[in-house]
Design a protein around this ligand. Sequence first.
Ligand SMILES: [Mg+2]
Length: 191
Amino acid sequence: MIATKTAIFLDRDGTIIADKNYLKDPSGVELLPEARDAISSLKSAQCMLFLFSNQSGVGRGIISMDDVYRCNLRMMELLGHGSNIFDAICIAPESPDDTPVYRKPSPRFIVEMVEKFDLSKENCYMVGDKESDVLAGINAQINAILIAPDGEVKTSLFEHQENKGTRVFPSLFEFSKWLIGKIQGDPKIRR
Ligand SMILES: [Mg+2]
C-alpha cells in the first residue's frame, strides 16, 4: 500500500519570507531564519508543497501580478530548489472589499488541490502567520498551523474545542521538525 502524500499549503509573507507590506521589488525578498532548511527538509521528506498567498496589493492597484511573480521567483531562487519547488501556486489578488474567490480564509484553493491530487485531508496542513491562514485551513477541514514568532497568538480560534487540530509553532522550521518527526513515527513526538 502506498502511503498518502503529506501536503503543506504555505503562506508566503511572514511564513517563508519577511512580511514587507505590498512587496514589489524582488531585491527586497528576504528569507526568514531557517526557512531554507525547513523547505529543504520538507522536500527531503517528500512532502508536496503548495504556495497560497493573499496579495491584496494587486486588487488595490499598488502592485501588479507581475511584481508578485518576480518576487516569487526571487524567493524560489533563494530557497535553492529550482522554480518547480511548489506543486501549485495560488496568488489571491482580491482586496478585502472585493468578493472573495481564492482570498484566504476562503478554502477554495485547498479544496481544489485536495481533489486534484487525491489528497487525504488528515495529511494536509495549512501553515501561516495570520488568523486568515488558520481559518482557511479550518474551512477546508485540514490541519491548521499558526506561525507565531513572538509566541503571541493573535486569534481566539484555538480556544474552540472543534478546532483542536490547530497548533502553534514559533517558525516554519520548528513546524517542519515536528512534522517530520510525526511522519517518521518518532514516539518522542506528541501527536
Ligand atoms: Mg502571512
